[in-house]
Write a protein that binds this ligand. Structure first.
Ligand code: NI
Length: 394
């Protein structure tokens, strides 16, 4: 018997909206998603799904077995909100001052629960098992790693990992499934430049770390312009620079920090090396010393081409071939990549903007909101994709 995914998602529309608005009213920031996780766990167990709570602190895992052995499909939804004060006036606006679902993760959690409901009604129609992963702390880049540390990728190990993001850069009704890299790796770098402080009127008696920092900031721009292959993507940004307190004092040290974004591991390696060489070399040439420290945050999100093709075909059935795009790539990052390392998977974008209704503010804006029709579209595609990867055949 074939499953009417679109019809079943449509039948859950009011539940999807109600639940999303409830999460929206009660946003919880990274690793504090206890209310959200409690609702998720209660819903999953009501559906007869085996629940494993407190995976990655506030994360929840649900295991739904199909009717015989087959592939395990990880379906991920993130749950956390942002430290932003909501400026919108909807009746479901945040009731917690300074915290807001400004990225759409309220929608992702609601979709994840709707997918769980649909698939739990059809467990005799797919083979393997679905591993629902409700993840905390995506916004600080730590939630997926915490769940991996608690064994989310073992027992059973997933054969596929999939997930979606509601996307306000696309109108509702469009979907983008990008084969290959679609979101960048993100690293944080720090550089401390040590010189020798002194009087601003007597620079010859100092080793000026401010002048060295200025040269370093300029020279770092040559990594992307001169070292990166011209057709490859990469970003090196300086996000903060601190040094000195007085107009007539040359300070003893300056601190810089910034971020690095890339798609390819070799590019990431190359940029790290150039960053260290430039900071150290440039500082030395100015009689100062630089110490560089680079912290790896998240790897790039790289979609498996075969899984992406399969999901694009499913999405086309729901929104029409003309509404499928394959070109959304961003230098933004996502720790979904940790759940896709060595596991073929696909992370795709479900259009959620509606400019006529002014539901098109960018993600992380205090007026962010989305067209809730995207909830049913996302549910139908994600449910069908999960079932298909687990062996469901119409
Ligand atoms: Ni997000």
């Amino acid at each position: 018997m074939s499953i009417d995914f679109a019809g079943e998602a449509m039948a859950l529309q009011s539940e999807l909206v109600e639940r999303r608005r409830d999460f929206h009213r009660h946003p919880e920031p990274a690793f504090q998603e206890t209310r959200t996780a409690g609702i998720v766990a209660a819903q999953l167990s009501e559906l007869g799904i085996e629940v494993r709570p407190e995976i990655g602190r506030t994360g929840v895992v649900g295991l739904l077995d199909g009717h015989r052995d087959g592939p395990t499909v990880l379906v991920r939804a993130d749950m956390d909100a942002l430290p932003i004060h909501e400026a919108g006036q909807s009746d479901y606006a945040s009731r917690t001052p300074g915290v807001m679902h400004a990225c759409g993760h309220d929608g992702h959690t609601s979709i994840g629960l709707a997918v769980a409901r649909i698939l739990s009604n059809h467990r005799s129609e797919f083979d393997g098992r679905i591993k629902f992963v409700f993840q905390p702390a995506e916004e600080i880049g730590d939630g997926a790693a915490a769940m991996v540390a608690d064994g989310v990728l073992e027992n059973p190990r997933p054969d596929f990992s999939i997930g979606l993001h509601l996307w306000n850069e696309l109108p509702v009704g469009q979907v983008s499934v990008t084969p290959g890299p679609c979101m960048a790796s993100a690293d944080v770098w720090h550089c401390t430049i040590t010189g020798y402080g002194g009087h601003g009127a007597l620079p010859h008696l100092t080793q000026d770390p401010i002048v060295a920092a200025a040269q370093i900031v300029s020279a770092l721009q040559t990594i992307v312009s001169r070292n990166l292959k011209p057709l490859e993507g990469g970003v090196v940004s300086v996000g903060s620079i601190h040094g000195g307190d007085a107009f007539n004092v040359i300070p003893p040290l300056v601190k810089l920090e910034g971020t690095i974004r890339t798609y390819q591991p070799e590019t990431r390696q190359m940029i790290h090396q150039r960053l260290v060489d430039i900071c150290e070399g440039m500082a030395a040439s100015m009689s100062c010393r630089a110490e560089v420290d680079i912290a790896l945050m998240t790897p790039a999100v790289v979609n498996d081409p075969a899984v992406a093709e399969q999901i694009a075909a499913i999405a086309a059935r729901h929104v029409g071939e003309q509404n499928i795009r394959h070109d959304i790539c961003t230098m933004g990052s996502e720790d979904m990549s940790r759940l896709m390392e060595d596991i073929p998977g696909c992370y795709f974008f479900v259009g959620s903007a509606n400019s006529e209704r002014r539901l098109d503010f960018p993600h992380h804006n205090p007026r962010f909101d989305f067209d809730e029709q995207a909830l049913t579209i996302g549910t139908a595609i994600l449910a069908e994709a999960a079932a298909s990867l687990a062996g469901y055949k119409p």
